[in-house]
Design a binder for this molecule. Sequence first.
Ligand code: FAD
Length: 376
Amino acid sequence: MPAVNTVLVVGSGLAGTATAIHLADRGVAVDLIEIEPDVAAVGSGITLQGNALRELRTLGVWERVREKGHGFDSLGLRAPDPDGTLLAEIPDARTGGADLPATLGMPRPDLARILHDRAAAAGVKIRFGLTATALRQDGDGVDVGFSDGSAGRYDLVVGADGIRSAVRRMLGIELETRPTGMGIWRAFGPRPASVTRTDLFYGGPCYIAGYCPTGEDSLYAYVVEDAQDRSALTPEQRLATMRELASAYHGPWDDVRATLTDPSRVHYTWFETHVLPAPWNRGRVVLIGDAAHSCPPTLAQGGAQALEDAAVLAELLLAADTLDADLWTAFTERRVARATAVVEASVQLGQWLLDHEQGDVPGLMGRIAALVTEPA
Ligand SMILES: Cc1cc2nc3c(=O)[nH]c(=O)nc-3n(C[C@H](O)[C@H](O)[C@H](O)COP(=O)(O)OP(=O)(O)OC[C@H]3O[C@@H](n4cnc5c(N)ncnc54)[C@H](O)[C@@H]3O)c2cc1C
């Protein structure tokens, strides 16, 4: 008997949907609620590292992910010079195992659709346009009020509702989410033939300029600058700003920039970070994924860490008979140090750039690759 029979998962991102699939596959009744009206509401692309792919394979969606995405095994470092000179080609660690690519880019809506289809097939009851408005727990369960006026009672509530988690707020947890000092311009668009893997350009007018192929016909490109208030810009001004910043980068960037013509595809976000100190649960309510720990995407590990939280939580819930302190201790031991190390390393990589300091980037990346190569 699992430790829980009924579970409410709040938030249908990677952490929430993966948790729901793992539990529903083993007979747990799972309700999954999502505040957005539709699965494919969020655009852009995502870089998935090998350890994320390993989790997606365990979830039974690897073949579909492979078909939709674009896998690759090396990282290019290029100079911000008139030729975009290739300085180095670094083999990427295959952190998910030798039989999976080191890295795979894919459009976020496709990944969300694949996971949602899988969750529905597993028997997860998914409801869109809905959130939890009240949580009250006792020794045996959690009473939940929903935004449509309905109510339910569950053995466990999983708060997987992202960086600004409402569940975290309802638990009364104060957690400072801090800007790291960088802002990123991102654009999703067509992939020129010259882009076959991620290349990073350090220096020039931006800290980092790069791109990631996300499929046969698509990529996302990005430039990272000092965080600033860009909210007053019109979509056309946003496009012009990103094109201007990117004009210092050449080689394949020339082809990418030529495709940067659609203002609706350009987005600007600040990098932010937080880590919730252990424990991540309050009684029968637990926070996972970005709700508990959030890193800037300098290592592209946020998705992987969310998927790992889901896998470890579900494994422990399915192996135990009761939801007790031992289970939460085991969850803390397996997840908190690992996710914290990833967040701290991701922040450090950006901080070295902000400080114009020559940090030990290969050493740090090697250490994190070794850590996440170990199963979660
Ligand atoms: C600019 C940027 C680029 C990034 N790039 C990468 C990358 O390339 N690779 C990578 O691995 N990671 C990347 N990340 C990080 C990654 O996106 C996150 O770590 C990951 O998506 C976390 O998954 P999650 O399921 O915890 O949260 P989320 O993906 O945020 O999902 C939370 C879900 O909960 C829903 N929700 C929110 N509030 C409520 C509510 N009150 N009720 C119900 N539902 C709610 C949201 O709509 C959402 O669907 C990036 C992050 C940023 C900011």
